[in-house]
Design a protein around this ligand. Structure first.
Ligand code: UDP
Ligand code: MG
Length: 353
């Protein structure tokens, strides 16, 4: 087996001067995790881009590709790459579990001193990797790459800005605007992240919540190398809901506040009506069918909203207490097995830790 980049998966990889075996134990280990969902158009180009960066760096790299139930040729290309490059480990999930679950699958396997997560569509430039590692070596535990193209007026960019504003206003955790899932984490941070097994996950929020010594590295986001965005409006709304309800209890308090306002209004109304009775002017009180109906509907509506919020949280609690695994791995492949604390080999994908 050789390491080093190759031009096409049809040809043998060029023999590199040094092998992973000869340097292991001496050089720091850096793992790169890349979730893939229908990325056949970008996969090989990105792989070559990554190679051209990491081949010249004095570290022991491992690339973890996580195929998140792709329906195109992603799996084939991924296998082709991992067969030819001993640094690449391919992992196939049993279905599409979503970006955050795919990232989790990779993080559960990574054992490098430093772990980098990046997208598989080329929008996270591998050229940033040396800079990220340098920052980690200077003592930072978390290096977050921040997109700089937030000012354009595309639908995605506007909704993304709104999303961050909302979550930062109502949530307890401040999430950096434009911080996608391109970041470097030190081993200790990855271990801490691994202990957080919630089902509704927003990695950028979880990393922000953890704290640690963090630095931001701004970058200009290039276009996708191919294919189209996998975040449909539905998936974006789902992510926003996960972020809102798993990072904040404000919607519940909102319901309580609205309820309290209505109680005050009801008391004010009692005083208002009593005034007519005290002054003996009760005859001038109109039957007021329409206003009664209005109040009834309004109170009913606010009650429904409050109940709805409570319902959502109960739904979330239900999903969390089920303790289902966050993802499942399709088949046992080299790299799927993980040694647990007792030294036993387990397939992390099918067992809840
Ligand atoms: N992705 C995934 N599962 C999904 C959706 C996306 O693994 O269900 C991966 C996708 O292949 C890419 C990354 O997550 O590597 C980010 O997705 P995308 O580029 O579509 O998001 P965007 O850049 O549009 O926010
Ligand atoms: Mg993208």
């Amino acid at each position: 087996m050789t390491i080093g980049c190759f031009d096409s998966i049809m040809v043998e990889a060029p023999v590199s001067e040094w092998s992973v075996e000869s340097i292991s134990g001496i050089l720091p280990k850096v793992d790169i995790i890349i979730p893939l969902y229908n990325e056949e158009e970008a996969l090989l180009t990105l792989y070559k881009q990554i190679c051209s960066v990491i081949d010249n760096l004095p570290y022991e790299f491992t690339l973890y590709y996580v195929n998140d139930g792709s329906t195109d040729g992603t799996q084939k290309i991924m296998q082709g790459i991992s067969e030819r490059d001993s640094r690449v480990i391919g992992l196939e999930l049993s279905r599409n579990f979503g970006h955050q679950a795919a990232l989790t699958a990779g993080l559960d396997r990574a054992d490098g001193d430093l772990v980098i997560t990046m997208d598989g569509d080329g929008q996270h430039p591998p050229e940033l990797i040396p800079e990220m590692i340098k920052l980690a070596e200077s003592g930072y535990d978390v290096v977050i790459a921040q997109r700089l193209d937030e000012e354009n007026a595309s639908f995605k960019s506007i909704t993304s800005r709104l999303f961050y504003r909302l979550i930062n206003t109502i949530g307890d955790t401040n999430i950096l605007v434009g911080a996608a899932d391109f970041r470097l984490l030190r081993k200790s941070v990855v271990e801490a992240l691994r202990s957080m097994r919630e089902y509704h996950r927003l990695m950028r929020g979880m990393v922000a919540w953890m704290g640690y010594r963090t630095i931001i590295l701004p970058y200009q986001q290039p276009d996708r190398l191919g294919g189209k965005s996998k975040y449909s409006l539905r998936k974006m709304l789902r992510l926003a809901a996960h972020a809102t309800f798993s990072f904040s209890l404000i919607p519940l308090y909102l319901g309580i506040s609205v309820g309290a306002i209505f109680l005050l209004l009801a008391m004010a109304e009692v005083i208002y009506v009593l005034r007519f009775w005290v002054t003996g002017d009760q005859a001038s009180l109109a039957p007021g069918w329409s206003s009664l109906m209005f109040v009834l509907l309004f109170v009913g509506g606010s009650l429904m909203i409050t109940l709805g919020f409570i319902g959502i949280y109960i739904g979330y609690i239900f999903q969390e207490v089920k303790r289902r695994p966050i993802y499942l791995v399709k088949e046992k492949q080299p790299g799927n097995e993980i040694t647990d604390k007792n030294g036993e080999i387990e397939n992390k994908g099918t067992r809840w830790k």
